[in-house]
Design a protein around this ligand. Structure first.
Ligand code: 3HC
Length: 302
């Protein structure tokens, strides 16, 4: 019954991305790179300026790769992409009459997300499709505070957004076929591959990845192997681009802990979601991985 083949659908021209962190900025970037007009929203101009710098750096990397020997094409691509992104602090004004799609990528907190969606539901055009980029929270709970469950779904991108080719398109019970078709077409338009899934904890990737990372930490805790050897083993023995310990540092140990704790609370009997002592200790010490310069490994601060 479930497949990811979209029929012809209304294309997305204009979208609003709320939250300009790593994910929101990446989503704005890949959308702008493929000709979409983007409004990127955050609470302060400082945050938006940081996002703009990050997007600029990443677009330049993409441009270099796409137009290897052609500096003019590189700079045209970069400037056209950047010119398609508008930055805004007023969230209620960010969903104008021409907004086809809204992607929420703010903090992983259900109450805060529900407040945002409920507020936007009142001001956004009725045709605007609402989506969340959450990695572990329920899309159904978010949609429940709006009157547009048929125009609601999940669009889950992966980090680094500019590079990772997958987007999970999450259908809740109410998502209409037309909405689903528009979401899948948008994913194809941003040159990613869509997969479709139901609104279950972690969807596909994180439902498999989070227990795998936690199990790697437990293996390390038991002293069965060193972090380096666990990582080398999964890279060379299973062909993963990163080992689980370095991937945990890359994703952020706070993020790992948040997801694991949330699921452990909801499903206390599931041993796959049991907390990891080492993870808790590192997060307590503020060692959150690559972004703080130390997690399981140490990194040069950028
Ligand atoms: N912007 C633009 N381009 C980038 C980039 C960025 N931010 N980061 C990397 N690239 C490009 C580089 O330019 C490089 O291009 P080239 O091959 O033409 O030189 C290419 O990507 C590879 O990068 P690097 O050479 O720096 O390094 P790697 O080959 O090790 O690749 C990686 C880096 C793509 C991050 C790879 O290690 C990888 O795929 N790791 C696994 C990532 C992963 O599993 N992500 C999912 C995390 S889970 C998640 O996001 C869900 C969330 O909800 C928690």
């Amino acid at each position: 019954a479930f497949s990811c083949t979209a029929r012809a659908s209304a294309p997305v021209h204009n979208l609003t991305v709320i939250g300009s962190g790593l994910m929101g900025a990446g989503i704005a970037q890949v959308s702008a790179q493929t000709g979409h007009n983007v409004t990127l929203v955050d609470m302060t101009n400082e945050l938006l300026q940081r996002a703009e710098q990050r997007i600029k750096g990443s677009v330049e990397r993409v441009a270099k790769k796409q137009f290897k020997e052609d500096p003019k094409a590189q700079s045209d691509f970069a400037s056209q992409t950047l010119s398609r992104i508008k930055y805004m602090v007023d969230v209620e004004k960010s969903v104008g009459s021409d907004c086809d799609l809204l992607i929420e990528a703010i903090i992983e907190n259900m109450k805060i997300k529900q407040n945002l969606f409920s507020k936007l539901d009142k001001v956004a055009p009725s045709s605007t499709i609402f989506t969340s980029n959450t990695s572990s929270l329920s899309i159904t709970e978010m949609a429940s505070v709006t009157g547009r469950a048929d125009r609601f779904g999940g669009l889950h991108f992966f980090n680094p957004v500019a590079v990772m080719k997958l987007v999970e398109v999450v259908r809740i019970a109410g998502t209409s076929d037309a909405t689903f078709d528009t979401l899948t077409s948008y994913v194809t338009a941003v040159k990613k591959t869509p997969v479709c899934c139901k609104d279950t904890p972690g969807f596909i990737v994180n439902r498999l990845l989070v227990p795998y990372l936690a199990e790697a930490m437990r293996l390390l805790e038991r002293g069965d192997a060193s972090a380096r050897d666990i990582d080398t083993a999964m890279k060379l023995g299973a062909g993963y681009p990163m080992g689980p310990i370095e991937l945990a540092d890359y994703v952020g140990l706070d993020v790992n802990k948040f997801v694991l704790d949330g699921w452990h609370k909801k499903f206390p009997d599931n041993p796959l979601f049991a907390p990891s002592e080492t993870l808790n200790k590192l997060v307590d010490e503020g060692k959150l991985g690559v972004k703080t310069g130390e997690g399981f490994y140490k990194y040069d601060k950028k």
